[in-house]
Design a binder for this molecule. Sequence first.
Ligand SMILES: [Zn+2]
Length: 122
Amino acid sequence: MSKVIKINLLLLIVGGIYLIWLKATGMGVPCLFHMLTGLYCPGCGMTHALLAISHFDLIGAFKAHWAFVMCLPFMAYLYIAICWRYGQKEKIIIYSWENKMMILMIVIWVVRAIMLDLWHIG
Ligand SMILES: [Zn+2]
């Protein structure tokens, strides 16, 4: 079994155990930013969106972090593609168009965060 598959299996197992724990107890890792400021960070929105997706609640996920939900298919593709290429060539290969898409995602996330903080839209 290749190193990439082992690492991904480990992440899947750890993530699955954490999700089961979270659903059973409602106790997750607290967000330090939220604890200190009372504001939600982008990670909070992504976590809420992922939890909603795990309940097959796409509307709830969209409300929690629409930019994350919109970018999720690309992020899944990119993750699988990078793992695949690493497994083939033993190095991380990211194409130019993928870099541009990642920059676009970051810009969308920043604009969303600004809209959310300043005008409570987003
Ligand atoms: Zn947070």
